[in-house]
Design a protein around this ligand. Structure first.
Ligand SMILES: [Mn+2]
Length: 534
């Protein structure tokens, strides 16, 4: 491992070395990584279109016209809509929200703008959608209806726009540093810019919105680096004593295993359940949970989500049958029928995860197909779809994830292109070499330091260690898909969790492991999660 020459008071050298390996090298970067704080957030006006968006909103408020928010119905879009509605509510701005879902059209129809204009709205804000809605943009330009698009999906804007403001750093307009933001992250930046533009905008509302930004960012697998990491980390710190009443009630209502840390609660329990109603055409249920006041009774919403969850389990069984039948030689591409089209994304993600390669899932309803593809980081999907764009009615997304719509008759052609596609070798950028570490060095202070590197996830993988000469002393118990074993090295004894069933080895093992520190009241509990043994 390369040595980091930095020395920072209160940060151990091993932590500095781990950060150095991850490209975090300056003192400033290290501080921002370990202890991000609201004061470290970057200037939101550096994002292309942000200044204009603020001015447009200000003009609309001064003209006392209503604002319409049109947002995607997945957790990123919903969290973005929830941030903006908190902001507008706190400033007494009149607004309405519509959430779209994957059972509908991707694109926003010009008809829709006509309707809201007649109803007296003076501004349309789209969240997590809109970049590829060319007809919508054309219509707003023609009729001079103000439009703000806050989106992170890729696309291209060919002409100068006068009535449309686009906040989307993935469009290559010179604000590429910010292209890691998801839609809810961008809405949070908009809220941050309000702190400067609107003197009466309450600062604590902005702080409470960071939780929502974190939830949305995690949902869309935003890279956990730079400012995304700051948003997620600050948000997670607040999440423990959440300021969102609906989440507090969610934690009480749904089963969450005791040992789950905050990030796991969000990625494994909260977000999947908030995404479910949208898959069945009712994303407003999730929005209600994120925006409900303290006194509102949202129990009936939880019950409704439970019903959808059961239906989801039924649909997911279709997926299992396919995973079993897959021939592993070829790139996975599957056609399903009689399940909601909104499941194509989850299916593609699960299949690509399972086979560690790009996967495409199409769902047919009559002569229309809706589908999704996931890249597994081994192809630029946006470029691939762009090259064969003629066979689609529409498509949208980015490098790693695409959603599309096409005539059923084009399926065989798509299949042909997909099968012929050349994929890149897996990029190892997200994998970092394990570090040699003997048991005697795993102390509580060291483990506490290690916690500062959390949250782990996309762009910030967990830290793994290796060591050898590990004796297995005794199997103590079995728990869900794990064998718990006492392991010993020199004079140090640890509890180790091996996945699956475990046979006592006849000789000492070399293991790759990740140490866990769990705090229960005043008590620290530690164990080693064994990743590999041999
Ligand atoms: Mn999104």
């Amino acid at each position: 491992m390369k040595k980091n020459l930095l020395s920072i008071e209160g940060v151990s050298s091993i932590i500095l070395e781990i950060l150095y390996e991850r490209g975090i090298k300056s003192e400033d970067e290290v501080q921002k990584f370990l202890n991000p704080d609201v004061s470290m957030l970057s200037n939101p006006f550096q994002i292309c279109g942000m200044q204009q968006a603020c001015e447009l909103i200000e003009d609309t408020i001064r003209a006392r016209k209503k604002i319409f928010i049109y947002s995607d119905g997945d957790v990123d879009g919903i969290a973005g809509a929830a941030i903006l509605s908190n902001v507008f509510n706190s400033m007494n701005v009149a607004f309405d929200v519509k959430l779209t879902h994957r059972l509908e059209n991707y694109e926003i129809e010009p008809e829709f703008v006509k309707k809201i204009e007649e109803m007296g709205y003076g501004l349309l804000i789209t969240i997590d959608t809109g970049t590829t809605s060319k007809e919508l943009i054309d219509y707003c330009e023609k009729t001079k209806f103000p439009l703000i698009i806050i989106d992170h999906h890729r696309g291209s804007i060919e002409k100068d726009l006068h009535y449309t403001t686009i906040v989307n750093p993935s469009l290559n307009r010179g604000d590429g540093d910010f292209d890691i933001f998801t839609a809810s992250g961008l809405v949070l930046k908009l809220a941050q810019s309000f702190l400067e533009v609107f003197p009466f905008f309450p600062r604590d509302i902005f702080y409470s919105c960071i939780e929502l930004g974190a939830i949305g960012t995690l949902n869309d697998h935003g890279l956990l680096r730079g400012e995304n990491r700051a948003i997620v980390k600050i948000g997670l710190n607040r999440f423990e004593n959440t300021g969102i009443p609906g989440i507090e009630k969610f934690k009480e209502h749904f089963y969450i295993p005791k040992n789950s840390d905050e990030i796991r609660i969000i990625t494994h329990y909260l977000n999947p359940k908030l995404n479910t109603p949208g898959r069945f055409g009712k994303p407003e249920l999730a929005f209600k949970i994120l925006t409900a006041g303290l006194d509102e009774n949202i129990e009936p919403i939880f019950e409704e989500i439970k019903t959808f969850e059961k239906e989801k389990q039924r649909v997911m069984r279709n997926l299992l049958s396919v995973i079993k039948s897959k021939d592993t030689e070829r790139l996975p591409i599957f056609l399903f029928e009689n399940i909601p089209a909104s499941f194509s994304g989850t299916f593609a993600a699960k299949i690509s995860e399972k086979f560690q390669m790009p996967a495409l899932v199409a769902i047919r309803h009559g002569d229309l197909i809706q589908g999704s593809a996931r890249s597994f980081n081994r192809i630029n999907l946006y470029d691939f779809f762009n090259q064969i764009r003629d066979i689609f009615i529409s498509f949208g997304g980015h490098r790693d994830a695409i959603g599309f719509k096409m005539k059923s008759s084009n399926m065989s052609e798509l299949k042909k292109f997909w099968r012929e596609m050349k994929i890149e070798k897996p990029r190892i950028s997200n994998e970092i070499k394990p570090i040699h570490m003997d048991f005697e060095n795993i102390t509580i202070p060291f483990l506490k330091d290690l916690q500062l590197l959390k949250p782990f996830g996309y762009g910030n993988p967990p830290v793994f260690f290796t060591t050898s000469g590990v004796e297995c002393v005794k199997i103590t118990r079995y728990q869900k898909n794990e064998t718990v074993v006492w392991v010993k090295q020199n004079n140090c004894l640890f509890e180790a969790h091996f996945t699956g069933t475990f046979k006592m080895p006849s000789k000492p093992l070399s293991i790759c492991y990740s140490p866990v520190l769990h705090k229960s009241g005043d008590l620290f509990i530690t164990w080693l999660d064994v990743i590999q043994a041999g």
